[in-house]
Every structure is written in C-alpha cells, then in structure tokens.
Design a protein around this ligand. Structure first.
Ligand code: GRF
Length: 212
C-alpha cells in the first residue's frame, strides 16, 4: 500500500466563512487527502476568522494593500511568501472578494480552486444568486473550478444543480445554494486531491483513482 503525505491547503476568505466551516469539517475526516495549514482573510472583521479559531486553524489577516477588489502587487507577493512559509501547495478560494493575478496563480499553478454560487458559465462575478433569481432561470446551482486569470472562467471540476421553485425568494434560494456548496466544495477538493485528470481544451476529464 502506498501512503502519501496530506496536501497542505490554505483557505482564502473575506466573508462569513461557511464554506471554510464545511471544508474544515471534512478535512478532519480520514482519507480527505489534505489538511488546512493556513486561513488568510483580507478583512479583520471577516466571520471566517472566528470560524478558523473555532476549528483551531492558524489564521492571519495580512495587509491587502490599497485596492478594494484586488491585492496590491507588493501585498500579493507578501501573501505568496506567507503561503510558502506555511508550505502550502493548494489554495482554496472561499469567498475572497479579490481578483488574484498572474504571479499569484503562477506560484500555485493549477492548484488554486474556487467555489462560485451559479452554474458557470452563467452568472459569473458578483451577485450571482440574485442575478439568476431575477433573470428567472429555473435551474441554477454552484460550481467548483480551477482558477485562471479570467474571473470565474477556469476549467470546471464539479457542479451541482439547484432548481428554483415558484415559492422561492432570493433568500430561500441562497440558503439552498449555500447548502449545496457546503457539500460540493469538500467533495470536489477531495476528488482533486485523489484523482488525476486530463484537460482537453478547457474540459476536465477525471481518470481512475490514483495519486496526483
Ligand atoms: C459563497 O457563496 C461562494 O460561492 C462565494 O462567496 C460565498 C462565500 O460565503 N464565492 P462564505 O463566506 O463561505 O459563507
């Protein structure tokens, strides 16, 4: 039997931290394939900080720099150094409200994942749930994808559909989408850590179970 070291994961969050909570719960289970080595938040008031502490995870709030929707270039370098100092090899975006640039992505090439609350490529970007609801689509959902330079454009690893019912409000829909995310994201990470895949164009094709 071959054994492999668990991957060292970082979770980057700006918000409530419900996906961090779901990931932290699953990461403790045997066979997950990775451990959360560091949580980074760009906002000192992020709920994710309390979630990290409640799960005894190391958490830091490094300076994001002077911009609102991205890391300043020197801040981005400092974030990469911090991740390297914690020997992180896989980065999980979980509600971080900042676009990451080429240098960051190159530092963790092919190993940055994101969860998005729509069935991409529909409704990328902000307010995906509200826009899907107001558009009147009958099915939306959530997507876990690899992160590339284009916002919410990377190859899709897994998706979960969520139907929109007549009695739904934006709030009830959001609750179901978030519940779907909390199941899908840990499952997609577990699969990403355990199974090789090929990229055919932008299409992910999972291969038989093995070790990446
Ligand atoms: C989630 O809906 C996720 O899809 C999006 O940001 C939200 C983060 O929520 N990228 P939380 O902080 O994990 O509760």
């Amino acid at each position: 039997m071959t054994t492999t070291r668990p991957r060292r994961l970082a979770v980057l969050a700006s918000g409530k931290g419900s996906n961090l909570r779901a990931l932290a719960g699953h990461a403790r289970a045997p066979g997950f394939g990775g451990e959360i080595a560091l949580v980074l938040c760009d906002r000192p008031d992020a709920g994710a900080i309390e979630v990290a502490r409640a799960h005894d995870l190391p958490v830091e709030t490094p300076d994001p720099g002077r911009f609102r929707t991205r890391l300043a270039p020197d801040a981005e370098r400092a974030w990469v150094e911090l991740l390297r100092a914690h020997r992180v090899d896989t980065v999980l975006l979980a509600g971080i409200m900042r676009v990451l640039h080429a240098d960051f992505l190159a530092a963790f090439e092919g190993r940055v994942l994101n969860v998005h609350p729509s069935l991409l490529p529909a409704f990328p970007g902000v307010d995906a749930i509200g826009r899907a609801f107001r558009h009147g689509v009958r099915v939306t959902g959530c997507t876990v994808h690899l992160v590339t330079a284009g916002v919410d454009e990377g190859p899709i690893l897994m998706q979960q559909a969520v139907p929109i019912e007549d009695h739904d409000t934006e709030e009830t829909l959001a609750e179901r989408i978030h519940a779907a995310e909390h199941a899908l994201y840990p499952e997609a990470v577990r699969r990403f850590l355990a199974r090789p895949f090929t990229l055919e164009g932008r299409r992910v094709r999972w291969l038989a179970t093995g070790v990446r």
